[in-house]
Ligand binder design. Structure first.
Ligand code: NAI
Length: 334
């Protein structure tokens, strides 16, 4: 099948070219993101492959449909950037990669916590400059601390296991906890988790009900100096409220792999440009804020699994055989 890839990087081309040996799809890689201005590039492609920040709203879907697109394959787990109602009305099917390496994201959340707590990023620079002072590097023992996990699906469950193994007390907030989670952990309402946790880590999907889940009111209920980790989706944290809480010390540390307006920034080299996003630049000014550019998923294992499942989705769509992880209806694996 002819597939147009948007927002593609060299590592996508490499992993998909390897995975395509077993499928023989005709793949065209565009570096441009998908949006209203670029949708015309997909003319004549029955399948379009997109990533987290591509815009797949109603106008884009209408253009794609008029040009012959029948299938959107997301090479990611989250699908909040796709207007599923519009896709359904237009008869465009949407598939995703429900699980490719939940370990990758859970381990990245741990990396953010360890770096923020023990300030290894600062220590690295200091030692290279011959500065062996420990001032400002004081951390705390993670063992014995309470970690609140918001959303205990595939990623949140692994993250909970990791934190428990370190010796933390784990609290879970999830409206649909699995049996394993219910047997192993204390499930509490979100409000209880917020008040009791030393570290809060977000692992639920972005939906209308989780938009700005962390806001001014919630932050005011947290323990003073709480550490907040978001490896899920940027719009779950009200960034301006987080900045206010950082200024007062109510929020003690913030680790982000995602950002509300990351679509204008992430996955591009902007090191020679003036960044126009003042909110983002304010965040960067805090010594207790650590931001990575949506790299939680970025491991060799995950890239291979993403390419394998995405191309298998296209093959299943084309042949009617094999597993097709249609958004909203797919069998969740992992
Ligand atoms: P999942 O679907 O396995 O688990 C999500 C869990 O969140 C479910 O158990 C669900 O019941 C729960 N949930 C739903 N609404 C909730 C709410 N209001 N409060 C608490 N829990 C709620 O998803 P998975 O694979 O664990 O991924 C989680 C999220 O991680 C994705 O939605 C995506 O946004 C993000 N992600 C980030 C990546 C990165 O590179 N930083 C890569 C992959 C996923």
């Amino acid at each position: 099948m002819k597939i147009a890839f948007f927002s593609s990087k060299t590592y996508d081309q490499n992993s998909f070219t390897l995975a395509n040996a077993g499928h023989a799809h005709a793949m065209t890689f565009f570096e441009a993101p998908l949006n209203a201005d670029t949708a015309s590039m997909a003319q004549g492609f029955p399948a379009v492959c997109v990533f987290v920040n591509d815009v797949v709203n109603r106008p884009v879907l209408e253009t794609l449909k008029a040009q012959g697109t029948e299938l959107i394959v997301l090479r990611c787990a989250g699908f909040n950037n796709v207007d599923l109602n519009a896709a359904s009305e237009l008869g465009i099917r949407v598939a995703r990669v429900p699980a490719y390496s939940p370990h990758a994201v859970a381990e990245h959340a741990l990396a953010l916590i360890l770096t923020l707590n023990r300030k290894t990023h600062r220590a690295y620079n200091r030692v290279r400059e011959g500065n062996f002072s420990l001032d400002g590097l004081l951390g705390f023992d993670l063992a014995g601390r309470t970690v609140g996990v918001v959303g205990a699906g595939k990623i949140g469950e692994i993250f909970a296991h990791i934190m428990e193994a370190i010796g933390c007390k784990v609290l879970i907030s999830d409206p649909y906890p699995s049996n394993t989670i219910q047997e192993k952990y204390e499930i509490v309402p979100f409000e209880t988790l917020v008040k009791a946790s030393d570290i809060i880590s977000l692992h639920c999907p972005l939906t209308p009900s989780t938009h700005h889940l962390i806001n001014e009111a919630v932050l005011s209920q947290c323990k003073r100096g709480v550490m907040l980790i978001n490896t899920s989706r940027g719009k779950m944290v009200d960034t301006k409220a987080a900045i206010q809480a950082l200024k007062t010390g109510q929020l003690g540390a913030l680790g982000l792999d995602v950002y509300e307006e990351e679509g204008d920034l992430f996955f591009a080299d902007l090191s020679s440009e003036v960044i126009q996003d003042d909110v983002f630049m304010r965040l960067l000014s805090f010594p207790n804020v650590l931001i990575t550019g949506h790299q939680g998923f970025f491991t060799r294992e995950a890239l291979k699994n993403i390419a394998d499942t995405t191309l298998a989705n296209v093959t299943a769509f084309a042949t009617g055989e094999g597993e097709f992880f249609e958004v909203g209806t797919e069998k969740i694996v992992g």
